[in-house]
Design a protein around this ligand. Structure first.
Ligand code: F6P
Length: 562
């Protein structure tokens, strides 16, 4: 064993070595899934009057109804056994204890510390990180209040009125989602913009109507090396300097959020205006770190505190509730059940709340960068085609209801793919308007009902449907969904909702025995782009040594751009 392998083995939990397909619960579930094939949701509901209230769980203001999933009490029991024998609880404890469970990057995974109250202690390498977290939160609050109250002045003495967050991936998607979700509690006199794409259109459009004298850029990048972010930050710098012609303006118009103080200083941003975080915060788990500065500026430190409290409440629930009533455990198990045992390839997330329009996009990084893995923690292949292999990370996607109903729901109802859905809805509208909210809610309930029970040929005949139309108008039903119902979309509720998905991903990762916290898959494309950039920028036609397709595309691009 090499030194590296030995130290990894020493860190691993005893569960990492267990081939999942050999676990009795795994094998029982595979047989059970086979046995359930002929049973429909209609059958299950007809046989069991309590199903609709029994197969539910509730925590942190979220009511989770999974009665319309294709499962029985036995399925649930077996899934819980699978979670136990995969070491979900032990792995979660290792995370909360600050162990380096991200073994390939040798990092701890401590996003739970970002929302721990001051009174808590969470240790990493013998050091309590909670005071560090609160020190950064306090510094963020000072900055946020200055901007919100018009006390942060630009280079010409005008108060800042527009904030532009420059970042990508985890340094963008969380703040974008949260700022939109919490717009109803945000400071409306401030303009919030987000620039992520290296496509110059993103930056140009974002600043086109902004006054540089009143604009503050937040350069958000954990590494401060990401190509897209650095390119956009460079353009922002040039945009500011073009107006003021004075380097001193940078300090008044730029702050940074990063773990890399040297690179921040090299960029020209005063490190006094840098808000730090730590390498134990993964990009896609960072919206409640300093990466949330734009969110805090928008909603204020108090509401941001509420958001963190919501996250923390779900952390506590995840850590302490029995698996049978544990929302993240149940949600994670359902994803494993649908994906690995029932063969679904995607999960649709369908928020019936316009404020959550970017929630599916946010979840895509959280879920797919985490669970898009094809080897176990020990490095063994688990492609479904290999011995002992199985399917991991499903594709997450979605759009807010009711718009999706007039677009892709057709395929969910009558296509050949079975797509489990997560419906998310709120009892109280934040913008009550006539009948609108009841109409919205009627639709969410109706969709879940229609998916589960469909419409049979007999029912169509009874309605007088012409024979030839019956196959077209039949809905097979038996399409699974869960419904998450909460009272109202508050900052606290949003925190709990995001933490629910974070921990559900953790559960999936533990069961699939994969590392949910690295993302090597994004590296190759970055490296190749780095190689191609000089080939595009060079004045002479460079010798190209890619494959013939890439060579031809590069040549054609050079020719077409003139
Ligand atoms: O694309 C990979 C990734 O590393 C994400 O995981 C991360 O959220 C994003 O890039 C941005 O990274 P950074 O914050 O370092 O700019």
């Amino acid at each position: 064993m090499t030194g590296d392998a030995a130290s990894q083995a020493a860190r691993a939990t005893p569960f990492d070595a267990l081939p999942r397909t050999e676990l009795p619960a795994w094998q029982a579930l595979a047989a059970h899934a086979h046995g359930l094939r002929g049973t429909t949701l209609r059958d299950l509901f007809q046989a069991d009057a309590d199903r609709g209230t029994r197969l539910t769980a509730e925590a942190c203001g979220l009511y989770f109804d999974y009665a319309k999933q294709r499962l029985t009490d036995e399925t649930k029991q077996l899934l819980v056994q699978l979670a136990r024998s995969s070491g979900v609880a032990e792995r979660a404890e290792a995370m909360f204890r600050g162990e380096r469970i991200n073994v390939t990057e040798r990092r701890a995974v401590l996003h739970v510390a970002l929302r721990a109250p001051k009174s808590h202690k969470i240790f990493f390498d013998g050091h309590d990180v909670v005071p560090d977290v609160h020190a950064v939160l306090e510094a963020m609050a000072v900055c946020a209040e200055h901007v919100r109250e018009g006390r942060w002045l630009g280079h010409t003495g005008k108060p800042i009125r527009a904030v532009v967050n420059i970042g990508i991936g985890g340094s963008d998607l969380g703040p974008v989602m949260a700022c939109q979700a919490l717009r109803h509690v945000s400071e409306r006199s401030l303009t919030l913009r987000f620039v992520s794409n290296v496509d110059g259109t993103d930056f140009s459009e974002a600043v086109s109507d902004l006054n540089p004298e009143e604009t503050l850029f937040i350069v958000s990048s954990k590494t401060f090396t990401t190509q897209e972010t650095m390119a956009n930050a460079g353009s922002a710098r040039a945009w500011v300097l073009k107006v003021f012609g004075d380097e001193a303006a940078i300090a008044r118009h730029f702050v940074a959020v990063s773990t890399n103080a040297d690179a921040v200083a090299a960029f020209g941003i005063d490190t006094a205006n840098m808000f730090g975080f730590w390498d134990w915060v993964g990009g896609r788990y960072s919206m409640d770190s300093a990466i949330g500065l734009s969110t805090m500026i928008a909603i204020g430190p108090e509401a941001f505190g509420e958001l963190l409290a919501g996250f923390h409440a779900m952390d506590e629930h995840f850590r302490s509730a029995p698996f049978e009533e544990n929302l993240p455990v149940l949600m994670g198990l359902l994803a494993v059940w649908n994906t690995t045992f029932l063969g679904s390839r995607t999960i649709a997330v369908l928020p019936y709340d316009q404020y959550l329009a970017r929630f599916p996009a946010y979840l895509q990084q959280l879920t797919m960068e985490s669970c898009g893995k094809r080897v176990t923690l020990a490095g063994d292949a688990i492609d479904p085609g290999t011995a002992g292999g199985y399917t991991t990370g499903p594709i997450y996607w979605g759009e807010p209801g009711t718009n999706g109903q007039h677009s892709f729901y057709q395929l969910i109802h009558q296509g050949t793919e079975v797509i489990p859905c997560d419906f998310i809805a709120f009892a109280k509208s934040l913008n009550p308007l006539g009948r609108h909210h009841d109409l919205l809610m009627a639709n969410v309930f109706a969709q879940a009902e229609a998916l589960a029970f469909g419409k049979s040929a007999e029912e169509l005949v009874a309605e007088g449907c012409a024979d030839w139309l019956i196959p077209h108008r039949t809905f097979p039903g038996n399409r699974p969904s869960s419904t998450i119902l909460a009272e109202q979309l508050t900052p606290r509720l949003l925190g709990s909702l995001v933490a629910l998905y974070e921990h559900a991903v953790f559960v999936q990762g533990a069961i699939w025995n994969i590392n949910c916290f690295d993302q090597w898959g994004v590296e190759l494309g970055k490296q190749l782009a780095g190689r191609i950039v000089p080939e595009l920028e060079s004045q002479d036609a460079p010798a190209l040594s890619h494959d013939s397709s890439t060579n031809a595309l590069i040549r054609r691009y050079r020719l077409m751009r003139g």
